[in-house]
Design a protein around this ligand. Structure first.
Ligand code: FES
Length: 145
């Protein structure tokens, strides 16, 4: 018996699915600050809060694309500001390697980005997420395959 998720995968999407993984201590708070400061930001980004960008396994990002994401953004604390001291240094290494490998698996350049946004940078978050969302809308929905 087909699952609802399988049924949904067969339906053509009109709008891209954009997922953002944000670390709890900086970027999530930055996104929250953008909201409370009423900075204009795109409504079509699904935000997932993670404890630290360093805890984000690259397999989770690969699976996010496999499950139908058209764009994935990761944001953590600025280098040197990680709540767990060095998590974002590990993240930076992993995410940079992943960014280079994704095109080999059919994920076009520009569909994956990582950045750093602090809790006090609500405006920066609004700018980053707006720019990324526009980029994904230009690239459009990924072709199945
Ligand atoms: Fe934010 Fe580590 S806690 S990147």
């Amino acid at each position: 018996m087909p699952l609802i998720a399988d049924y949904k995968k067969t339906q053509a999407k009109e709008k891209p699915t954009i997922v953002a993984f944000l670390c709890n201590w900086c970027s999530y708070a930055g996104a929250d600050a953008a909201g409370t400061s009423r900075f204009k930001q795109p409504p079509d980004v699904r935000i997932i809060r993670v404890p630290c960008s360093g805890r984000l396994d690259w397999l989770i990002i690969a699976k996010t694309f496999k499950e139908g994401a058209d764009g994935v953004l990761v944001s953590g604390c600025h280098p040197g500001d990680c709540h767990y001291t060095e998590g974002n240094y590990y993240a930076r290494r992993k995410l940079e390697a992943l960014k280079r490998y994704l095109p080999l698996f059919g994920i076009e350049e520009g569909r994956f980005e990582y950045t750093w946004v602090s809790a006090s940078e609500g405006k920066r978050w609004a700018d980053v997420v707006t720019e990324f969302t526009e980029q994904i809308h230009k690239l459009g929905v990924r072709k199945a395959g």
